[in-house]
Design a binder for this molecule. Structure first.
Ligand SMILES: [Zn+2]
Length: 140
């Protein structure tokens, strides 16, 4: 296992980045909630109620994405603390730096990520063939 190969300054930079991202998400979240609260009080007729339902589901979806992002950031911060940040979960080699720069919360190196995507594609194919097989048995 390769540990602590990433420079401290680089780790610090990522840590700062994550903390900033987290602060941004939390700030947005507060703005969204305040905004929604005002609209809820002001609009009472049916049409506006419908549009506020759409708005609410949009906000919910946004909120889910934010919760997921916060979770990813927290996990990345934990990896920084543990000294495993930047290491691939699958092969334990270092994740390519340009990949981390593009996607700081990445947990797989490029080749493992590609492997995973290939496997997912393969599984999806397998499921399709299986259900096709069942359908054919049923009708044959
Ligand atoms: Zn890997």
């Amino acid at each position: 296992m390769v540990r602590g190969t990433m420079k401290k300054e680089v780790l610090k930079r990522f840590k700062k980045l994550f903390e900033q991202q987290k602060a941004n998400v939390l700030y947005n979240d507060r703005v969204i909630r305040d905004d929604f609260h005002v609209k809820d009080d002001d609009r009472m007729d049916d049409i506006d109620q419908a549009s506020s339902d759409v708005e609410q589901s949009m906000r919910m979806r946004l909120r889910n994405r934010e919760v997921l992002l916060i979770k990813k950031i927290d996990e990345a911060l934990k990896r920084i603390e543990e000294g495993t940040f930047g290491l691939c979960h699958a092969c334990e080699n270092e994740i390519e730096f340009r990949r981390l720069e593009a996607r700081p919360t990445a947990t797989l190196c490029i080749s493992c990520k590609e492997d995973e995507e290939r496997k997912e594609l393969h599984n999806a194919d397998g499921r399709r063939h299986k259900s096709l097989g069942t359908a054919m048995t049923r009708f044959g």
